[in-house]
Write a protein that binds this ligand. Structure first.
Ligand SMILES: *Cc1c(COP(=O)(O)O)cnc(C)c1O
Length: 449
């Protein structure tokens, strides 16, 4: 089979996510036949380094032998069983191990099957907690500007990225938006920490004035990934934790993208030294293999639902594939690789290599910012460097980088004008240097008129 055959059949029947399908009249769709490590290979033997971990999910490479084996072992035993009234060994083992590695105090695991659903679970649980405590007037949520929490209606309402949200605005619940600590917007000479503290003042004001009606604040700690990989200082979350405690408001940490080592620690919350009331995990939870998500919460939250049946205080939420046994077995294999290979420690060297490989771009006349938290690095192209003026989105400059990268054995998929690396942790230093070279060439091409 040739690439063209499968592409022609695809375009007759498949509707792709987040895609204007008409683009494929001129942009080739790339059919992947097999993967191995960081490599994706099409039907004609062309290969691409998966620098974006296939939408931020892959951790240990494609077709990883250890994870493949875990699936084979589990599928021979049990593929799936209803999780209401029944249980199974992988979900018990996984829950114990997640509690062991998560921030102290998170003791209960509630499962769903994708990131957006985990956010929905956290929202409903927080609201229901206050209701069970006789505070049904708490029904609002606070988010940050430029945030993203998924695309089902509740999660979409929580987000603030216009591209995904504006079209559907009239279907969405209202939320209270506080300004993001996004360090890109700090004044010249201002530290990231000082800027985060300055931005926090507005959050404090919102909580002081409206805490009676607020269930929870929802944040993406350290990196707003879908919001063009904007980053901020952890002090913001340390302050936020204190304020949430003071005002009696929950803190929901959406670590769906940043969890499992992307920011340099297993969870980003560790860098702020905090335990959220709800921790949402998905994506890397199964190392990019299967849809699975989990919300971890505290004994305090759990206890608010624990009562006689007739009180109707039980949490009401279920998905058919909740706690899927194969998904849980994969997540266990993922955690085992973190332990066996001391992945977080090993990544420090890779993160340094990523930083060094793009250092020369700091002086590039159209690079406005290079930022990094651990294993995530972003390079923002700007029209005008001193004023950090963005390129108009209609010009699709990032798309030029994407197209160039494909011709150079790399899958880079810029967000607007932001080129980023979020690679699987099995990438080598040589491969990182290749990506940096390709990104440099791509940026040079993209900023030409
Ligand atoms: C991807 C993502 C989600 C949504 O997860 P899906 O599995 O795509 O529904 C939610 N929050 C953040 C921060 C994400 O990056």
């Amino acid at each position: 089979m040739k690439n063209a055959d499968i592409v022609a059949r695809d375009l007759k029947r498949v509707w792709h996510p987040c895609t204007q399908m008409k683009d494929h009249e001129r942009l080739p769709l790339i059919p992947i036949k097999r993967g191995e490590g960081v490599w994706l290979e099409d039907f004609e033997g062309n290969r691409y380094i998966d620098a974006v971990s296939s939408w931020w999910v892959n951790l240990f490479g494609h077709a990883n032998p250890r994870i493949n084996q875990a699936i084979k072992d589990q599928v021979e035993q049990l593929e799936h069983v209803i999780l209401a009234g029944f249980t199974h060994e992988p979900v018990v083992n996984l829950s114990e191990q997640l509690v062991d590695v998560a921030p102290a105090g998170l003791t209960r695991c509630f499962y769903a099957d994708n990131g957006s659903s985990a956010v929905e679970v956290a929202l409903k649980m927080s609201y229901h907690y206050w209701k069970n405590h006789g505070q049904a007037s708490k029904k609002n949520f606070v988010n940050l500007s430029n945030s993203y929490h998924g695309e089902t209606l509740g999660a979409l309402a929580l987000g603030d990225v216009a591209l995904y949200k504006d079209t559907y605005q009239s279907l969405l619940m209202d939320v209270i938006t506080a300004p993001s600590p996004d360090a890109f917007n700090r004044e010249a000479g201002e530290t990231e920490e000082a800027y985060a503290l300055r931005q926090f003042a507005e959050m404090e004001r919102i909580l002081a004035e409206r805490h009676h009606e607020i269930c929870a604040v929802v944040v993406e700690p350290l990196i707003q990934c879908a919001g063009n990989m904007r980053m901020h200082h952890p002090i913001y979350h340390t302050k936020l934790r204190e304020a949430c405690d003071r005002y009696g408001v929950h803190l929901i940490a959406d670590e769906i993208a940043v969890g499992f080592g992307r920011t340099g620690t297993l969870f980003a919350c560790e860098q702020a030294n905090i335990t959220p009331d709800f921790l949402c995990l998905s994506k890397g939870l199964t190392a990019g293999y299967l849809p699975l998500s989990v919300v971890l919460t505290t004994d305090n939250v759990y206890d608010a639902f624990y009562d006689d049946y007739q009180t109707l205080r039980a949490f009401l939420h279920s998905h058919s594939y909740t706690g899927n046994a194969i998904g849980c077995a994969v997540a266990l294999a993922t955690l085992k690789i973190f332990r066996d290979d001391k992945v977080i420690e090993a990544n420090r060297q890779l993160a340094r290599c990523m930083a060094d490989s793009v250092a020369h771009l700091r002086d590039h006349p159209h690079v406005g910012d290079i930022r990094q938290h651990g294993m995530t690095l972003a390079i923002e192209m700007v029209k005008d460097k001193p004023g950090k003026t963005p390129y108009p989105w209609q010009e699709r400059r990032g798309l030029r980088v994407y197209q160039h990268a494909l011709s150079r054995q790399a899958l880079l998929r810029p967000l607007a004008s932001v080129v980023y690396f979020m690679p699987p942790y099995v990438i080598t230093e040589e491969q990182i240097r290749h990506l940096a070279q390709v990104a440099t060439e791509g940026i040079d091409l993209a900023v030409r008129d």
